[in-house]
Design a protein around this ligand. Structure first.
Ligand SMILES: *Cc1c(COP(=O)(O)O)cnc(C)c1O
Length: 420
């Protein structure tokens, strides 16, 4: 294979593709397919790139759990000392189970329930990113009942256009996230008067799969103006959270490295006391994972040839959902000319495709690797068509750890009752 693969720890060897020191074929043999396969070295390197970019700056990288919330993956980041950005009580339970430090957890999301707030307060999380006036009132009440003060930041909507897919752009005035920039000052004044609220920081997150640092820098400058305005009113912040969103290469994108991406932001906040926070998800896990799948059937057609695989849109929804592109490669390409295939799953939906028009040298029964599937893969999977969810394994050098068993049909039927 001559074309560069987007995944740093994936390489072609004599026994086909390897992730770190492990042949993908051996994983399929041992654990079956479809299986998500992650590389500990790639996770570690992605985190280190942020640490390196931040240097000596007082800063915290809070991994956005929704990108990949498997305990095995979370435990890698917990051991590296990462913080975590969560969006539900369930994600908090995962972080705690994986050995994460509650004090480094920030809780984002527009719809936190009172029960989730109480759970997070009792766990002692670092900060609630509050997204509305109503949420602030509820949090004050819940904290009062718990006899605590809740540390907060407002998620402020800087109204910049990140030039990304409309479903994953979140910083525009027209979407549901955050509080309007013009209302933020009044909300901080209100928060300062609430007895069970402790103002800790400010937060923004403008979107996902960002490839250009310019919109982020524009947002940071607007946020900075607000921070200074708050300071003049005697409201001092401990931290400034600039969210996540850095993109990755799926096909031929050329995303900036964390050090290039963060440079203008660090410049913008140079010489300031506040800690900086970031909430990267995709850029920490996306290219550390792939979905390993087997071709069930090749089905030649008049207009299209189909490669029908044992993974589907329930395993990896991004192609069906966003028309997202994932590189698909044969684990051990055959010495025959490539044919062009629609790579599809067995689900009863025309949208059940993993890739269009892919040139593959394969036969039925061969293994394929769907690349760059570490982020928003397993976490967005479902049981549609009563399909058990895939297994997940984590490769570490020459070792392979099963971090999630493949679901069985009894998992799927559990808790259901037919009428008598
Ligand atoms: C989804 C999300 C992130 C992570 O986004 P990535 O694009 O995966 O880096 C960070 N913060 C918030 C509030 C989010 O909703």
């Amino acid at each position: 294979m001559t074309t560069a693969l987007p995944m740093p720890t994936l390489s072609a060897g004599t026994a086909g593709l390897h992730l770190e020191g492990v042949a993908l074929a051996s994983i399929a043999e041992r654990f079956g397919t479809p299986t998500y396969v992650y590389s500990r070295a790639a996770l570690t390197a992605a985190y280190a790139a942020y640490q390196q970019a931040l240097g000596e700056r007082k800063a915290l990288v809070c991994y956005a759990v929704k990108a990949n919330s498997s305990l095995g993956v979370l435990s890698v980041f917990a051991r590296l000392g990462a913080g975590f950005d969560i969006v539900s009580g369930g994600e908090l339970a995962r972080v705690l189970a994986a050995g994460g430090d509650a004090g480094k957890v920030i809780f984002s999301g527009v719809g936190k329930t009172a029960a989730e707030m109480r759970f997070a307060l009792d766990a002692g999380i670092g900060c609630f990113n509050v997204e509305s006036a109503a949420e602030l009132d509820r949090l004050n009440d819940v904290a009062a009942a718990a006899g605590k003060r809740a540390p907060i930041a407002f998620r402020v909507n800087p109204d910049v256009n990140p030039n990304t897919h409309p479903y994953i752009s979140t910083g525009l005035r027209s979407n549901k996230f955050g509080v309007a920039f013009d209302e933020a000052l009044d909300l901080y004044r209100k928060a300062a008067r609430l007895p069970h609220i402790e103002i800790s920081g400010i937060d923004c997150h403008i979107g996902s799969q960002l490839l250009d640092p310019a919109p982020m820098t524009e947002a940071a400058e607007k946020i900075l103006g607000l921070v200074d305005q708050l300071g003049r009113e005697g409201i001092k912040l401990d931290h400034i959270d600039l969210g996540g969103g850095l993109g990755i290469r799926y096909r031929d994108e050329e995303p900036p490295t964390p050090s290039i991406y963060l440079k203008p932001l660090l410049d913008c906040f140079a010489g300031r006391d506040e800690a900086l926070c970031f909430e990267p998800g995709r850029s920490l896990v996306g290219n550390a994972g792939l979905l390993l799948t087997r071709i069930e059937y090749l089905k030649p057609g008049v207009e299209k040839n189909f490669a029908i695989i044992d993974a589907a849109m329930n395993d990896l929804a991004r192609p069906a959902l966003y028309d997202a592109y994932h590189e698909i490669v044969a684990v051990a390409p055959r010495a025959v000319p490539a044919s062009r295939y629609e790579v599809v799953g067995p689900i009863c939906e025309s949208g059940d495709f993993l890739g269009h028009d892919r040139d593959l040298s394969v036969a039925a029964g061969d293994l394929l690797a769907i690349l760059s599937a570490g982020a928003y893969g397993m976490t967005m999977s479902s049981n549609y068509n009563t399909r058990p969810r895939a297994a997940e394994v984590l490769v570490d050098g020459d070792a392979v750890h099963l971090i999630r068993e493949r679901e069985t049909l009894s998992h799927l039927l559990k808790g259901e009752t037919p009428l008598a």
